[in-house]
Design a protein around this ligand. Structure first.
Ligand SMILES: O=P(O)(O)O[C@@H]1C[C@H](O)[C@@H](CO)O1
Length: 321
């Protein structure tokens, strides 16, 4: 075992160690209070308590972040921080979304993993939803991998399929809402970042190789994701509009995280698990619901775990070259 590994505390130990400091600090209310220095202090809080130095940060979407069968459970030599023990961190309010930041090894690759994310519909502004991505950056993470659950619009997609995201339509952005709104600190990135190459072509290529190796090409696609605010699912007219815009899958997350990651120079990759088919027919009695989203996430969890583990390994090997 490497010296770095030997120093990692067990999950309970670290959580206990984290508690006293965290309770004394409240999440800032205004974006202008969420400064570089504040994010730096959160990153330092974590770095002081773990010895591994991950280059890959993972955000687990619905179904992969629950109390059972979560990706984070697959990490070895793990140190876990319940969100409420981390200074200035928000806490999730959605059933099925745990709230823990877990450091550990996926296979033999050091990673940090968000088990539970923050959504706009929970009442958090987008900068707050995406704040953990900046923490990852200052911890030293170079690659963000985000997963989500999404409704499938593309006729070829079936429930349980995987969609590698090649691009997004930021509907919240169209409505004048973006995680980068507010003062810009150039230490994170430029005022006007380009976002047209948000989903890294090289990592997407690796993900497709992984799908081939796992023999899951028949359930793997590449497509366009659109974010809506939620929490209500879409109307039929809205789904038809999104389809006409070229959207393949629709969800309520990820885009603000990827924008924030790209702004601070991180390489980004994201994929959707198609947990339900979007309803396009006025005669249909089908209704999307959160329970089916969680159930499908759990059913596909072994495949997704394998998919992410192999991808993380490829990214790490590629970084080393
Ligand atoms: O966090 P993700 O985007 O995976 O969660 C999706 C969107 C809503 O939070 C929820 C709807 O069931 O799943």
């Amino acid at each position: 075992m490497s010296p770095a590994r030997a120093m990692v505390q067990d999950a309970n130990g670290a959580a206990a160690a984290a508690k006293p400091l965290a309770n004394s600090s409240k999440l800032p209310k205004e974006v202008s209070d969420c400064t570089y220095e504040l994010i730096e202090s959160v990153a330092q809080f974590l770095l002081d308590r773990v010895s591994i130095r991950p280059k890959i940060g993972i955000i687990c979407g619905s179904g992969m972040d629950g109390t059972t069968g979560c990706l984070a459970d697959a990490l070895t030599d793990s140190t876990s921080f319940p969100y409420e023990t981390i200074p200035y961190f928000p806490t999730p309010t959605v059933p099925g979304h745990m709230g823990r930041l877990v450091f550990g090894y996926l296979g033999d690759v050091p990673v940090m993993c968000m088990q539970g994310r923050f959504h706009y519909y929970e009442g958090y502004p987008l900068w707050k939803c995406a704040m953990p991505v900046r923490v990852m950056k200052l911890v030293g993470v170079t690659h963000l991998l985000a997963s989500n659950a999404a409704g499938g619009l593309n006729d070829k997609y079936r429930v349980g399929d995987i969609m590698i995201i090649k691009d997004h339509i930021n509907l919240l952005g169209f409505a004048g809402n973006n995680p980068l709104m507010g003062p810009n600190d150039e230490r994170f990135g430029p005022r006007f970042p380009a976002i047209n190459r948000a989903y890294d072509v090289n990592v997407r290529r690796m993900a497709k190789q992984v799908a081939t190796e796992m023999d899951i090409n028949n359930i793997t696609h590449e497509g366009v994701y659109s974010v809506v605010g939620g929490p209500s699912f879409e109307t039929i007219a809205e789904i038809r509009m999104l389809g006409a815009l070229g959207v393949d899958a629709v969800g309520m997350s990820t885009v603000h995280e990827v924008i924030t990651a790209r702004h601070c120079g991180m390489t980004s990759f994201a994929f959707s698990l198609i947990t339900n088919k979007s309803v396009t027919d006025y005669e249909s009695y089908e209704e999307p619901n959160h329970e089916e989203v969680i159930d499908m996430g759990k059913q596909r969890e072994p495949v997704l775990k394998e998919f992410i583990t192999r991808l993380v390994k490829k990214i790490e090997d590629d970084r080393d070259e």
